[in-house]
Write a protein that binds this ligand. Structure first.
Ligand code: MSP
Length: 512
């Protein structure tokens, strides 16, 4: 039976254009989505934009355009970024769409019917940048003595009538949830953080704002808008046609993975499961919080003004190059730095030299010496079998590594095998064998081509264009590129055509 797999990114605010942090998240989600498709699963990969709330409204006011206009402009940029990064999302949800607003009202009504929503007076701190309420004890002071949120964003004091969600009623249930599945929140350090937060005691939370023009109205009370996080989190099911129901919802909910940044773990691991429990809906299976992309050690963010534009990096270096760098350089779950120099070094060493040169050298020899056909296999020696079997031996382990979202370790395993193949090629010296032992030369070239086929299959999730080009050069049909084809039964058949070699990853020159 075919397995279903649902993966989502966070949906991005439309108060500004996308930056590298957003690019990083959608690339990682795309890699995981593609890896699951490689395992022949039926994947639904969702991303989108979070368009309501004060933050967007204020930015639109500043620009003297409507919030809807700003959301239209920015969501287009997010869609273009996803396309530019070669992301394979199945849908792009916008929270200003009717299909979404309908779901937000419905989840509100279900929580209300369950007795979890009540009207009261709110007084407390609010950060517009975080769109989050904070308790005084969570705030920090800057050098000037001003109070800031734990994310170092400004906070303001708010006193207004507000609807509250009875979060306090879910403390035990949430702790039970974390207890019953201690991999619910990944990586494990985040699980501890969340568990400690909940153990510290949960207070009811304000879930409406008064006087906000740009939001979904509270059902039966137009003077309040639904808190943007109740609104935003619901995207994960509104995109699956909830509450109408149907195949999408049945196949893909509860979702397998919400991929988010570490700054929004509380909303996903505490509030969202509580809202779902209240509404009588199943909770997602896993939440993975990745780290931040830093610029010289500082978080990249619009408010700090130190952002890199992913689209211009794609133009300068290429899509696969950017994807590979981000996925290889930063252990998934940790923070990591971006710089052009780091990218160039990594891409030149791994993609241009190790993988690109190997394929260029091998396929050029095939062209010159084997009529551009897969060479004859001949008799395999121990050294050949050892290399071929190394992938077979690694296979289960690397699938496990990737299933645990250790993307960078996965790549390092694959590139170790590429490096072993380079050593094999250099040691076997097929170019010297031509005149002395042509049969052996053919075998060495066959083994190397077959290793390239396997690398092409394994690297598709991360560098889809380069892998597709490599597999195309080896004339591997589109249907034979999943993990199932990663074994001897589907090895290259001598005499099959090989295409004209082409440079897959040209070396990048570092401009001073
Ligand atoms: N709108 C909310 C999410 C709602 S999800 C139901 C939000 N939007 S955001 O635009 O601020 O961030 C979108 C995602 O990008 C978040 O997961 C966030 O952690 C991630 N990143 C934003 N800046 C980042 C970096 N500098 N590095 C890596 N990811 C970070 O939060």
């Amino acid at each position: 039976m075919i397995k279903n797999f649902f993966i989502s990114t966070a949906i991005s605010y439309t108060n500004g254009p996308p930056h590298m942090g957003h690019a990083y998240e959608i690339i990682a989600a795309d890699v995981i989505a593609r890896f699951n498709r490689l395992q022949s699963k039926n994947v639904f990969f969702l991303t989108g934009t979070d368009e309501h709330g004060l933050k967007v409204q204020q930015k639109a006011n500043k620009l003297e355009i409507s919030s809807q206009e700003l959301a239209n402009q920015m969501s287009k940029k997010f869609i273009d970024m996803g396309d530019g990064l070669n992301c394979s999302n199945d849908d792009f949800i916008r929270t200003s769409e009717e299909r979404h607003k309908k779901a937000v009202k419905e989840i509100w009504l279900r929580m209300k019917d369950n007795g979890d929503i009540y009207l009261d007076d709110y007084s407390g701190w609010y950060s517009i940048i975080d769109e989050a309420f904070y308790q005084e004890s969570e705030l920090i002071k800057n050098n000037l003595g001003e109070l800031l949120s734990p994310n170092k964003t400004p906070v303001e004091w708010i006193e207004e009538k507000s609807y509250f969600f009875r979060l306090s009623a879910y403390e035990e249930k949430l702790l039970d949830l974390y207890e019953s599945d201690n991999e619910f929140i990944q990586p494990p350090s985040r699980m501890n953080e969340v568990r400690n937060f909940v153990k510290g005691g949960l207070k009811d939370i304000s879930i409406s704002r008064k006087g906000l023009e740009w939001g979904v109205d509270v059902p039966d009370d137009k003077s309040h808008s639904i808190y943007v996080w109740v609104d935003a989190l619901t995207n994960y099911i509104s995109a699956l046609q909830w509450p109408d129901g149907g195949k999408l919802y049945d196949n893909f909910w509860p979702g397998d993975l919400h991929l988010i940044g570490k700054d929004i773990i509380r909303f996903h691991a505490v509030y969202w499961p509580a809202f779902l429990l209240s509404a009588g809906l199943p909770i997602p299976k896993k939440i993975f919080a990745h780290g931040f992309i830093l610029n010289k050690g500082e978080k990249m963010s619009k408010s700090l003004g130190n952002i890199e534009d992913p689209m211009s990096l794609i133009e300068s270096f290429g899509v696969d190059q950017l994807r590979y760098f981000l996925m290889r350089e930063i252990p998934f779950g940790s923070d990591g730095n971006y710089s052009d120099k780091l990218l160039i070094n990594r891409v030149n060493a791994d993609l241009s030299n190790d993988l690109g040169n190997l394929s260029q050298r091998c396929l050029s020899m095939v062209k010159k010496n084997c009529n551009q056909l897969v060479p004859s296999k001949g008799e395999l020696m121990d050294v050949d079998l050892e290399l071929l079997n190394s992938i077979e031996l690694k296979k289960n382990n690397i699938i496990k590594v990737m299933d645990n979202f250790q993307i960078s370790s996965y790549l390092s395993e694959v590139f170790d095998a590429i490096s072993d193949t380079n050593k094999y090629f250099s040691n076997q010296k097929p170019w010297e064998l031509k005149s002395v032992d042509e049969e052996r030369m053919n075998t060495v070239l066959w083994v190397t081509c077959e290793m390239l086929r396997r690398f092409g299959i394994l690297l598709q999730p991360v560098i889809p264009s380069g892998s597709s080009m490599l597999l195309g050069l080896l004339s591997i049909s589109e249907k034979e590129r999943t993990i199932d084809f990663l074994n001897d039964d589907y090895a290259l058949i001598p005499g099959d055509p090989i295409q004209n070699p082409e440079v897959i990853f040209p070396k990048i020159e570092l401009k001073e």
